[in-house]
Design a protein around this ligand. Sequence first.
Ligand SMILES: Nc1nc2c(ncn2[C@@H]2O[C@H](COP(=O)(O)OP(=O)(O)OP(=O)(O)O)[C@@H](O)[C@H]2O)c(=O)[nH]1
Length: 350
Amino acid sequence: MKERSEQVQHSSRRSSIEAQRRALLHWLLLLTAAFTLGFSLVNLSRGILFVAAIELFVTVFAFALLFVIPRSRNIQVWSFLYLLVLFSMLVVALLTPNLSDKVFVWFYLIPVLALFIHGRTLGLALSLVYLAVAWLLYYYRYYDAPELLDVVGLTNVVACSLVLTGGVYAYEYSREQAEDRLHRMASTDSLTGLANRKHLRELLDYTVEECHRTKAGFSILGMDLDYFKSVNDRYGHDVGDQVLQQVGSVLEQRLRQADVPARWGGEEFMVLLPGTDREGASRVAENVRETLAASPVRVNGEDLSITTSIGIAEFPEDGNTVRELLIAADNCLYEAKCRGRDRVVNDAVS
Ligand SMILES: Nc1nc2c(ncn2[C@@H]2O[C@H](COP(=O)(O)OP(=O)(O)OP(=O)(O)O)[C@@H](O)[C@H]2O)c(=O)[nH]1
């Protein structure tokens, strides 16, 4: 749906991804602090002091991030630093002579963490860079231990990390797709396929804010079908639903790409017309009203005509806030109903 609408959906998606990553990072930092502290104590007791000190540093670093991240506006940099510090600690452990070659299994965590906290694209790029460095260091560390560097050994090391990276990437991809679908469903009216009330409300807030900044204008149309209750009463709810779908498709057909029609609730619709003044909005409203009146719904061989009353409000003349504009459009709509329905009113006296 439309450029502006996509912008709003995109920014609401971004903030939900950000919140999810913050929560994930919180748990990862707790786990990191706990495990590095444990390893630090073990290495301290074994006398491997340098590694123990590095691990203790990572414990403190992870613990500090637990306080920094909730207060930070941009967590991307901190996430990047967290991964780098963790990776550097693993490098030190890998290159330390007395530690087991099994230390390398911890590198398999890097692609999992990178993809979870940085998302698919950046996460994959970081994973491949870190893994390539880890493979080279593994080779350098064990070049004098042929039993670890035979073809089978090396293939296992490389293939396992690639399979793991591919698996987590595929998981992230399907999770993103599912999230996209959920976001679309949450902002769409299932009967008409138009934007729903919640989504248009967000769009109106965004548009008012933007127009205050840019000094641009816009209008809204508040629409209410006439005598819709009698359609339901006479023909049943299924026909009523068919009428609502017909209104949805007329709005989709008659409006410009930048305009956003929405189902406001029941038999009420609302349209956002960016960059349109009162006169322009009145022409669009007349056009929609006439098209609807000329597009009857066919029921049992009978033509059921649809008429609508429309009220208009223009920003900033009729209101500086979304609330004021909605009240102004509603007053015009009420006036249209009072004057006999099937008409457009753009100048109600409140
Ligand atoms: N079929 C169907 N009907 C709905 C839906 N949502 C609301 N309605 C019906 O819409 C009707 C609205 O009736 P009223 O508010 O009296 O409005 P009206 O009959 O159009 O009268 P005026 O607006 O004064 O012209 C009620 O009968 C609701 O049950 C829906 O999703 N499907």
